[in-house]
Design a protein around this ligand. Structure first.
Ligand code: GLA
Length: 393
Protein backbone atom coordinates (compact mmCIF):
# COMPACT_ATOMS: atom_id res chain seq x y z
CA UNK A 1 0.00 0.00 0.00
CA UNK A 2 1.20 3.49 -0.75
CA UNK A 3 0.71 6.83 0.85
CA UNK A 4 0.15 7.94 4.44
CA UNK A 5 -3.58 8.25 3.71
CA UNK A 6 -4.97 5.54 5.93
CA UNK A 7 -3.83 6.16 9.46
CA UNK A 8 -6.23 4.43 11.79
CA UNK A 9 -9.00 6.29 13.48
CA UNK A 10 -7.17 6.27 16.82
CA UNK A 11 -4.18 8.14 15.46
CA UNK A 12 -6.40 10.62 13.62
CA UNK A 13 -8.24 11.36 16.85
CA UNK A 14 -4.94 11.75 18.68
CA UNK A 15 -3.70 14.15 15.98
CA UNK A 16 -6.91 16.20 16.16
CA UNK A 17 -6.71 16.40 19.98
CA UNK A 18 -3.07 17.51 19.82
CA UNK A 19 -3.90 20.16 17.29
CA UNK A 20 -6.87 21.35 19.37
CA UNK A 21 -4.67 21.69 22.45
CA UNK A 22 -2.13 23.73 20.50
CA UNK A 23 -4.80 25.98 18.97
CA UNK A 24 -7.20 26.50 21.87
CA UNK A 25 -4.96 25.77 24.86
CA UNK A 26 -7.21 23.13 26.47
CA UNK A 27 -8.33 19.54 25.91
CA UNK A 28 -11.40 19.02 23.71
CA UNK A 29 -14.47 17.52 25.42
CA UNK A 30 -16.25 16.05 22.38
CA UNK A 31 -15.14 13.98 19.38
CA UNK A 32 -16.92 12.57 16.34
CA UNK A 33 -15.87 10.78 13.17
CA UNK A 34 -17.49 9.92 9.84
CA UNK A 35 -16.06 7.81 7.01
CA UNK A 36 -15.57 8.43 3.30
CA UNK A 37 -17.01 5.88 0.89
CA UNK A 38 -16.41 3.97 -2.28
CA UNK A 39 -19.34 2.99 -4.47
CA UNK A 40 -19.05 -0.60 -5.74
CA UNK A 41 -21.79 -0.22 -8.35
CA UNK A 42 -24.88 1.91 -9.05
CA UNK A 43 -23.40 5.15 -10.37
CA UNK A 44 -25.48 8.23 -11.13
CA UNK A 45 -28.55 6.27 -10.09
CA UNK A 46 -29.22 7.86 -6.66
CA UNK A 47 -30.84 11.05 -7.99
CA UNK A 48 -32.90 8.84 -10.33
CA UNK A 49 -34.46 7.02 -7.34
CA UNK A 50 -32.45 3.90 -8.20
CA UNK A 51 -30.18 1.50 -6.29
CA UNK A 52 -26.61 2.10 -5.11
CA UNK A 53 -24.13 -0.25 -3.44
CA UNK A 54 -21.48 1.73 -1.55
CA UNK A 55 -19.29 0.73 1.39
CA UNK A 56 -17.77 2.98 4.05
CA UNK A 57 -13.97 3.26 3.94
CA UNK A 58 -11.34 3.21 6.67
CA UNK A 59 -10.72 6.85 5.89
CA UNK A 60 -12.36 9.33 8.19
CA UNK A 61 -13.04 12.94 8.94
CA UNK A 62 -12.69 13.64 12.65
CA UNK A 63 -13.91 16.66 14.61
CA UNK A 64 -12.95 17.38 18.19
CA UNK A 65 -14.02 20.38 20.21
CA UNK A 66 -15.72 21.95 23.20
CA UNK A 67 -18.66 24.27 23.78
CA UNK A 68 -17.90 27.90 24.64
CA UNK A 69 -19.80 30.54 26.59
CA UNK A 70 -20.44 33.04 23.80
CA UNK A 71 -22.44 32.37 20.64
CA UNK A 72 -19.35 32.07 18.41
CA UNK A 73 -18.22 29.06 16.41
CA UNK A 74 -14.49 28.87 15.76
CA UNK A 75 -13.18 26.06 13.55
CA UNK A 76 -9.75 25.07 12.32
CA UNK A 77 -8.90 22.54 9.62
CA UNK A 78 -5.59 20.72 9.48
CA UNK A 79 -6.12 19.68 5.83
CA UNK A 80 -3.17 20.86 3.77
CA UNK A 81 -5.23 20.86 0.57
CA UNK A 82 -7.92 23.08 2.10
CA UNK A 83 -7.70 26.68 0.97
CA UNK A 84 -6.57 29.42 3.37
CA UNK A 85 -7.52 30.64 5.86
CA UNK A 86 -7.47 27.43 7.87
CA UNK A 87 -9.33 29.05 10.75
CA UNK A 88 -12.78 30.64 10.54
CA UNK A 89 -15.23 32.18 12.98
CA UNK A 90 -18.93 32.74 12.56
CA UNK A 91 -21.90 33.26 14.86
CA UNK A 92 -24.38 30.58 15.92
CA UNK A 93 -27.44 31.05 13.66
CA UNK A 94 -30.89 31.74 15.07
CA UNK A 95 -32.97 34.72 16.20
CA UNK A 96 -33.04 36.11 12.69
CA UNK A 97 -29.40 35.32 11.98
CA UNK A 98 -28.98 33.07 8.93
CA UNK A 99 -25.61 31.68 7.82
CA UNK A 100 -24.63 32.05 4.17
CA UNK A 101 -21.98 30.20 2.16
CA UNK A 102 -18.76 32.08 1.42
CA UNK A 103 -14.97 31.76 1.57
CA UNK A 104 -13.08 29.59 2.43
CA UNK A 105 -15.10 26.88 0.74
CA UNK A 106 -14.16 24.07 3.17
CA UNK A 107 -16.04 25.88 5.95
CA UNK A 108 -19.29 25.85 3.96
CA UNK A 109 -19.88 22.18 4.73
CA UNK A 110 -19.72 22.90 8.45
CA UNK A 111 -21.78 26.10 8.16
CA UNK A 112 -24.44 24.33 6.08
CA UNK A 113 -24.90 21.57 8.64
CA UNK A 114 -24.97 24.05 11.53
CA UNK A 115 -27.56 26.16 9.69
CA UNK A 116 -29.84 23.20 8.93
CA UNK A 117 -29.41 21.33 12.22
CA UNK A 118 -32.92 20.93 13.65
CA UNK A 119 -32.37 20.66 17.42
CA UNK A 120 -31.40 23.72 19.39
CA UNK A 121 -30.46 26.13 20.68
CA UNK A 122 -26.86 25.31 19.79
CA UNK A 123 -24.09 26.76 21.94
CA UNK A 124 -20.99 28.34 20.45
CA UNK A 125 -18.04 25.98 20.14
CA UNK A 126 -14.39 25.60 19.21
CA UNK A 127 -13.43 22.69 16.96
CA UNK A 128 -10.57 21.17 14.99
CA UNK A 129 -11.13 19.07 11.85
CA UNK A 130 -8.69 16.41 10.68
CA UNK A 131 -9.26 14.00 7.81
CA UNK A 132 -7.67 11.04 6.07
CA UNK A 133 -10.18 11.17 3.20
CA UNK A 134 -8.32 12.68 0.24
CA UNK A 135 -10.05 15.88 -0.90
CA UNK A 136 -11.62 15.96 -4.36
CA UNK A 137 -10.77 12.32 -5.10
CA UNK A 138 -14.37 11.14 -5.39
CA UNK A 139 -14.29 9.34 -2.01
CA UNK A 140 -16.81 11.69 -0.37
CA UNK A 141 -14.56 13.92 1.67
CA UNK A 142 -17.38 16.48 1.72
CA UNK A 143 -20.10 14.08 2.89
CA UNK A 144 -17.76 12.78 5.60
CA UNK A 145 -17.18 16.35 6.80
CA UNK A 146 -20.91 17.08 6.83
CA UNK A 147 -21.77 13.86 8.67
CA UNK A 148 -18.88 14.28 11.15
CA UNK A 149 -20.11 17.81 11.86
CA UNK A 150 -23.66 16.59 12.41
CA UNK A 151 -22.44 13.83 14.74
CA UNK A 152 -20.45 16.44 16.66
CA UNK A 153 -23.53 18.69 16.98
CA UNK A 154 -25.51 15.71 18.29
CA UNK A 155 -23.15 15.63 21.30
CA UNK A 156 -23.54 19.36 21.88
CA UNK A 157 -27.28 19.45 21.53
CA UNK A 158 -29.00 16.04 21.15
CA UNK A 159 -31.61 15.55 18.40
CA UNK A 160 -34.07 12.68 17.81
CA UNK A 161 -31.25 10.45 16.43
CA UNK A 162 -33.12 9.60 13.24
CA UNK A 163 -30.36 8.45 10.83
CA UNK A 164 -32.40 9.16 7.68
CA UNK A 165 -33.14 12.73 8.78
CA UNK A 166 -29.44 13.10 9.54
CA UNK A 167 -28.40 12.07 6.02
CA UNK A 168 -31.04 14.36 4.52
CA UNK A 169 -29.88 17.40 6.51
CA UNK A 170 -26.29 16.76 5.40
CA UNK A 171 -27.45 16.48 1.77
CA UNK A 172 -29.33 19.77 2.16
CA UNK A 173 -26.13 21.38 3.45
CA UNK A 174 -24.33 20.19 0.32
CA UNK A 175 -27.11 21.52 -1.94
CA UNK A 176 -27.42 24.92 -0.32
CA UNK A 177 -23.90 25.68 0.92
CA UNK A 178 -21.66 23.84 -1.58
CA UNK A 179 -24.16 24.33 -4.44
CA UNK A 180 -23.72 20.72 -5.49
CA UNK A 181 -27.10 19.08 -6.33
CA UNK A 182 -25.93 15.63 -5.20
CA UNK A 183 -28.04 12.54 -4.56
CA UNK A 184 -28.34 10.90 -1.16
CA UNK A 185 -25.77 8.09 -1.47
CA UNK A 186 -22.68 9.69 0.07
CA UNK A 187 -24.30 11.12 3.18
CA UNK A 188 -26.32 7.96 3.69
CA UNK A 189 -23.39 5.54 3.65
CA UNK A 190 -21.32 7.84 5.85
CA UNK A 191 -24.14 7.69 8.45
CA UNK A 192 -25.16 4.05 7.98
CA UNK A 193 -21.95 2.23 7.01
CA UNK A 194 -21.53 -1.13 8.77
CA UNK A 195 -18.33 -3.10 9.43
CA UNK A 196 -17.82 -5.96 6.98
CA UNK A 197 -20.76 -5.00 4.77
CA UNK A 198 -21.62 -3.11 1.63
CA UNK A 199 -24.95 -1.27 1.85
CA UNK A 200 -27.65 -1.64 -0.76
CA UNK A 201 -29.71 1.52 -0.68
CA UNK A 202 -32.99 1.96 -2.48
CA UNK A 203 -32.91 5.70 -3.14
CA UNK A 204 -36.69 5.77 -3.72
CA UNK A 205 -37.86 4.24 -0.43
CA UNK A 206 -34.58 4.89 1.46
CA UNK A 207 -34.74 1.27 2.62
CA UNK A 208 -31.40 -0.46 3.11
CA UNK A 209 -30.08 -3.99 3.05
CA UNK A 210 -26.64 -5.05 4.30
CA UNK A 211 -24.63 -7.25 1.97
CA UNK A 212 -21.70 -9.10 3.60
CA UNK A 213 -18.30 -8.33 2.12
CA UNK A 214 -15.75 -9.87 4.43
CA UNK A 215 -14.33 -12.73 2.38
CA UNK A 216 -10.55 -12.92 2.98
CA UNK A 217 -10.12 -14.25 -0.56
CA UNK A 218 -11.09 -10.96 -2.20
CA UNK A 219 -9.84 -7.41 -1.87
CA UNK A 220 -11.32 -4.05 -2.75
CA UNK A 221 -8.65 -1.83 -4.22
CA UNK A 222 -9.16 1.89 -4.72
CA UNK A 223 -6.85 3.53 -7.20
CA UNK A 224 -6.63 7.30 -7.19
CA UNK A 225 -5.89 8.65 -10.66
CA UNK A 226 -4.79 11.87 -8.94
CA UNK A 227 -6.78 13.78 -11.52
CA UNK A 228 -8.86 16.25 -9.50
CA UNK A 229 -12.55 16.38 -10.26
CA UNK A 230 -14.72 19.39 -9.67
CA UNK A 231 -18.30 18.24 -9.35
CA UNK A 232 -19.53 21.74 -8.69
CA UNK A 233 -18.97 22.36 -12.41
CA UNK A 234 -21.88 22.20 -14.81
CA UNK A 235 -21.54 18.54 -15.82
CA UNK A 236 -23.28 16.99 -12.81
CA UNK A 237 -26.35 19.29 -12.85
CA UNK A 238 -26.55 18.86 -16.62
CA UNK A 239 -26.72 15.05 -16.25
CA UNK A 240 -29.43 15.44 -13.61
CA UNK A 241 -31.49 17.66 -15.90
CA UNK A 242 -31.09 15.29 -18.84
CA UNK A 243 -32.39 12.42 -16.70
CA UNK A 244 -35.37 14.50 -15.57
CA UNK A 245 -36.05 15.41 -19.19
CA UNK A 246 -36.03 11.74 -20.23
CA UNK A 247 -38.33 10.76 -17.33
CA UNK A 248 -40.76 13.52 -18.35
CA UNK A 249 -40.93 12.32 -21.94
CA UNK A 250 -41.42 8.77 -20.65
CA UNK A 251 -44.28 10.03 -18.46
CA UNK A 252 -42.63 8.56 -15.34
CA UNK A 253 -41.84 10.19 -11.98
CA UNK A 254 -38.22 9.08 -12.40
CA UNK A 255 -36.05 6.77 -14.51
CA UNK A 256 -36.38 4.15 -11.76
CA UNK A 257 -39.89 3.52 -13.09
CA UNK A 258 -38.78 3.02 -16.71
CA UNK A 259 -37.67 -0.12 -18.54
CA UNK A 260 -35.47 -0.42 -21.63
CA UNK A 261 -38.60 -1.31 -23.61
CA UNK A 262 -40.27 1.94 -22.46
CA UNK A 263 -37.15 3.85 -23.49
CA UNK A 264 -37.01 2.30 -26.96
CA UNK A 265 -40.62 3.37 -27.54
CA UNK A 266 -39.84 7.06 -26.98
CA UNK A 267 -36.39 7.02 -28.61
CA UNK A 268 -37.58 9.23 -31.47
CA UNK A 269 -38.75 11.92 -29.03
CA UNK A 270 -35.38 12.24 -27.29
CA UNK A 271 -32.14 13.76 -28.46
CA UNK A 272 -29.52 11.10 -29.08
CA UNK A 273 -27.57 12.31 -26.03
CA UNK A 274 -30.53 12.27 -23.64
CA UNK A 275 -31.43 8.81 -24.91
CA UNK A 276 -27.93 7.54 -24.06
CA UNK A 277 -28.04 9.16 -20.60
CA UNK A 278 -31.32 7.37 -19.84
CA UNK A 279 -29.97 4.11 -21.23
CA UNK A 280 -27.09 4.27 -18.77
CA UNK A 281 -29.34 4.92 -15.79
CA UNK A 282 -31.92 2.24 -16.59
CA UNK A 283 -29.17 -0.30 -17.34
CA UNK A 284 -27.18 0.65 -14.23
CA UNK A 285 -30.16 0.21 -11.89
CA UNK A 286 -30.70 -3.25 -13.32
CA UNK A 287 -26.98 -4.10 -13.10
CA UNK A 288 -26.94 -3.07 -9.45
CA UNK A 289 -29.72 -5.48 -8.48
CA UNK A 290 -27.92 -8.28 -10.34
CA UNK A 291 -24.61 -7.36 -8.72
CA UNK A 292 -26.16 -7.63 -5.25
CA UNK A 293 -27.37 -11.15 -5.98
CA UNK A 294 -23.91 -12.06 -7.28
CA UNK A 295 -22.18 -10.65 -4.19
CA UNK A 296 -24.55 -12.47 -1.84
CA UNK A 297 -23.61 -15.77 -3.49
CA UNK A 298 -19.90 -14.84 -3.67
CA UNK A 299 -20.06 -15.00 -7.46
CA UNK A 300 -17.23 -12.52 -7.97
CA UNK A 301 -16.89 -13.31 -11.67
CA UNK A 302 -20.40 -12.06 -12.37
CA UNK A 303 -19.96 -9.13 -9.99
CA UNK A 304 -16.74 -8.14 -11.76
CA UNK A 305 -18.28 -8.42 -15.18
CA UNK A 306 -21.11 -6.09 -14.09
CA UNK A 307 -18.50 -3.61 -12.78
CA UNK A 308 -16.87 -3.50 -16.20
CA UNK A 309 -20.24 -3.10 -17.95
CA UNK A 310 -20.98 -0.24 -15.55
CA UNK A 311 -17.69 1.43 -16.42
CA UNK A 312 -18.24 1.10 -20.15
CA UNK A 313 -21.71 2.57 -19.85
CA UNK A 314 -20.42 5.50 -17.75
CA UNK A 315 -17.71 6.07 -20.34
CA UNK A 316 -19.78 5.74 -23.51
CA UNK A 317 -23.38 6.58 -22.62
CA UNK A 318 -23.12 8.82 -19.59
CA UNK A 319 -19.76 10.35 -20.61
CA UNK A 320 -18.45 11.00 -17.10
CA UNK A 321 -15.21 9.04 -17.31
CA UNK A 322 -11.89 10.45 -18.52
CA UNK A 323 -8.83 8.94 -20.27
CA UNK A 324 -6.96 8.43 -16.99
CA UNK A 325 -9.80 6.43 -15.42
CA UNK A 326 -10.20 4.38 -18.61
CA UNK A 327 -6.47 3.64 -18.58
CA UNK A 328 -6.59 2.46 -14.96
CA UNK A 329 -9.55 0.17 -15.63
CA UNK A 330 -7.93 -1.34 -18.75
CA UNK A 331 -4.65 -1.92 -16.93
CA UNK A 332 -6.40 -3.66 -14.01
CA UNK A 333 -8.43 -5.86 -16.34
CA UNK A 334 -5.25 -7.18 -17.98
CA UNK A 335 -4.54 -9.21 -14.83
CA UNK A 336 -6.45 -12.52 -14.80
CA UNK A 337 -6.92 -12.43 -11.00
CA UNK A 338 -8.89 -9.18 -11.30
CA UNK A 339 -12.65 -9.79 -11.28
CA UNK A 340 -13.71 -6.29 -12.25
CA UNK A 341 -12.84 -2.62 -12.21
CA UNK A 342 -14.70 0.63 -12.79
CA UNK A 343 -14.64 4.36 -12.15
CA UNK A 344 -16.39 5.24 -8.90
CA UNK A 345 -18.19 8.39 -7.72
CA UNK A 346 -19.19 11.36 -9.84
CA UNK A 347 -16.41 10.90 -12.42
CA UNK A 348 -14.17 13.26 -14.46
CA UNK A 349 -11.19 12.07 -12.41
CA UNK A 350 -10.96 10.67 -8.93
CA UNK A 351 -10.73 6.95 -8.35
CA UNK A 352 -11.41 3.52 -9.75
CA UNK A 353 -12.57 0.59 -7.65
CA UNK A 354 -11.26 -2.89 -8.40
CA UNK A 355 -12.25 -6.30 -7.03
CA UNK A 356 -9.44 -8.85 -7.08
CA UNK A 357 -8.21 -12.11 -5.63
CA UNK A 358 -6.31 -11.37 -2.43
CA UNK A 359 -3.19 -13.22 -3.51
CA UNK A 360 -2.70 -11.01 -6.56
CA UNK A 361 -2.48 -7.65 -4.77
CA UNK A 362 1.23 -7.00 -5.36
CA UNK A 363 1.04 -8.12 -8.98
CA UNK A 364 -1.93 -5.83 -9.69
CA UNK A 365 -0.27 -2.77 -8.13
CA UNK A 366 2.95 -3.41 -10.05
CA UNK A 367 1.09 -3.77 -13.34
CA UNK A 368 -1.08 -0.66 -12.89
CA UNK A 369 1.97 1.43 -11.92
CA UNK A 370 3.79 0.25 -15.00
CA UNK A 371 0.89 0.89 -17.36
CA UNK A 372 -0.60 4.13 -16.01
CA UNK A 373 0.74 7.28 -17.64
CA UNK A 374 0.10 9.33 -14.50
CA UNK A 375 1.02 8.68 -10.89
CA UNK A 376 -1.53 6.54 -9.11
CA UNK A 377 -2.07 6.16 -5.35
CA UNK A 378 -3.47 2.89 -3.98
CA UNK A 379 -5.66 2.14 -0.99
CA UNK A 380 -7.05 -1.19 0.19
CA UNK A 381 -10.04 -1.07 2.46
CA UNK A 382 -12.46 -3.47 4.07
CA UNK A 383 -15.93 -2.03 4.78
CA UNK A 384 -15.88 0.17 7.86
CA UNK A 385 -18.62 1.37 10.22
CA UNK A 386 -20.49 4.66 9.89
CA UNK A 387 -20.28 7.90 11.87
CA UNK A 388 -19.59 7.68 15.59
CA UNK A 389 -19.20 9.81 18.68
CA UNK A 390 -16.02 9.09 20.64
CA UNK A 391 -16.11 9.55 24.41
CA UNK A 392 -13.04 11.48 25.54
CA UNK A 393 -11.41 10.97 28.94
C1 GLA B 1 -21.49 12.10 -6.44
C2 GLA B 1 -22.78 12.49 -5.72
C3 GLA B 1 -23.62 11.24 -5.43
C4 GLA B 1 -23.82 10.39 -6.68
C5 GLA B 1 -22.48 10.15 -7.37
C6 GLA B 1 -22.64 9.42 -8.68
O1 GLA B 1 -20.68 11.35 -5.58
O2 GLA B 1 -22.49 13.14 -4.52
O3 GLA B 1 -24.86 11.63 -4.88
O4 GLA B 1 -24.75 10.97 -7.55
O5 GLA B 1 -21.78 11.35 -7.61
O6 GLA B 1 -23.12 8.13 -8.48
Amino acid sequence: MEGPRDPDLGSLLAAARGSYRRTFGADPKIAASAPGRVNLIGEHTDYNQGFVLPMALRMYTVIVGSPREDKIISIVTTAEEAEDPKKVQFPVPGEGLVLKPGEPRWANYVKGVVQHYKAGPLPGFNAVITSSVPLGAGLSSSASLEVATYTFLQQLCPDDRDPVAKALVCQKAEHTFAMMPCGIMDQFISVMGTEGHALLLDCRSLETCLVPLADPNVLVLITNSNVRHTLTGSEYPTRRHQCEEAAKVLGKPSLREATMTDLEKVKGLLSEEVYRRARHVIGEIERTTRAVEALKSRDYQTFGQLMVESHNSLRDDYEVSCPELDELVSAAMEIPEVYGSRMTGGGFGGCTVTLLESGAAEKVLRHIKEKYSGKATFYFSTPSGGAKAHPLP
